[in-house]
Design a protein around this ligand. Sequence first.
Ligand SMILES: Nc1ncnc2c1ncn2[C@@H]1O[C@H](COP(=O)(O)OP(=O)(O)O)[C@@H](O)[C@H]1O
Ligand SMILES: [Mg+2]
Length: 317
Amino acid sequence: MTTERVIEAFEVRKNYAGGTEGAGLNGFDLEVSAGTVTGLLGPNGAGKTTAVRILATLLRMDSGEVRIAGYDVSRDGAEVRRRIGLVGQYAAVDEVLTGRQNLVMFGRLNHLGHPKAVSRADELLERFGLTESAALPASKYSGGMRRRLDLAASLIVAPSVLFVDEPTTGLDPGGRAEVWAAVRELVKQGTTVLLTTQYLDEADQLADRISMLKAGKVVAEGTPDDLKSQLGADWLDLVLTATTDVPRVLQLVGRLADGEIHTDELKVSIPVKDRTRALIEVATLLQEAKIEPADITLRRPTLDEVFLHLTGKEASV
Ligand SMILES: Nc1ncnc2c1ncn2[C@@H]1O[C@H](COP(=O)(O)OP(=O)(O)O)[C@@H](O)[C@H]1O
Ligand SMILES: [Mg+2]
C-alpha cells in the first residue's frame, strides 16, 4: 500500500481583511494519503471553505506551505490546477441546460473535442445514475441529482485530487444518501477526496480519516474510530416524572456511568460504554425501584458535545 502524500498543508494562516478577529485559518495542518477520503469536519464558520479554496489555488494564504501532489500551490499553481477538481458549496450547473448538455459543455471547456465530450458525458451520466434524466433541464433536478451532476462535471478530466465542499448541506435524507453513493463511486475509481462537512455522521460514513476544524485550526485528527474513542461514551438520557426521584436515580445508576452524569431538572444524562447492556441494566434498576421514567433514550454524542469534549468550549455556530 502506498503512503504517498497527495495533500500536505503546514501552518497555514489566513486573515480576511476587515473580517472578524480569528476568522479564516490560524495554523491549519493537514496530510492526506493517495486514494483515501479525508473528512474536514467543523461547524459553520470554522474555516472549511477557506481551507479548500487555498488548497485549490483560488485563494492566497498569508503564510504557511501547501503542496498538492508534490507541487507548491504558491509557486506551481498551474501544475496544481491540472491535477485537481473542485465541487463547490453551491451547485455550479447551468439551470437551463439539460444534464447531458451541462456535462458536454464542461468537457468542451476542458478542451475535449465534441465527440469525446459527448462520450465522456454519457459515461459519467451512467456512472452517477443520471442516464434517465439526461435530457431534462437541470432546473427540474432534485437537490441530490444536482449534486451528482456537479460531481460528474468535476470528473470530466479525471483529477487525481477532488475537493468536495459540503456536498449534502440543505439536502433531504434521500438526497444525502444519493450523494454518499456517488462519493463512494469516486473513491472506487481511486480518486483522492477531501470532503468538508458539518455532519459527524457524514464524515463517519465516508471518510477514512477525519480532521476536526475549530476556529481555523485542526483540534483532532484520526480515523472515525480513533475519534469516537477520544469522544468517549454514548449517552443514555432518562427523563423522570418527579425531581424528588433524581437523587435516588443518581445513586442507583452511578456505577454504570463512564464519566460524569449530567442532570437538568427532570433529565438525567448518563455517559455509558456498552449501550445495550447499560440500557437493560438501567431499565431493570428503575423497575426494581418502582420508578417509571417518562422517557429513556440512547444517543451518540452530538457534534457540539464532541467539540465540548475536545476543546472544553462550545462549538461556535
Ligand atoms: N471573504 C471573507 N471576508 C471576511 N471574512 C470571511 C470571508 N470568507 C469567510 N470569512 C470568515 O472566515 C470564517 C471561516 O469561513 P469559512 O471558511 O467560509 O467557514 P466554513 O466553510 O467552515 O463555514 C468565518 O468566520 C467567515 O465569516
Ligand atoms: Mg463553507
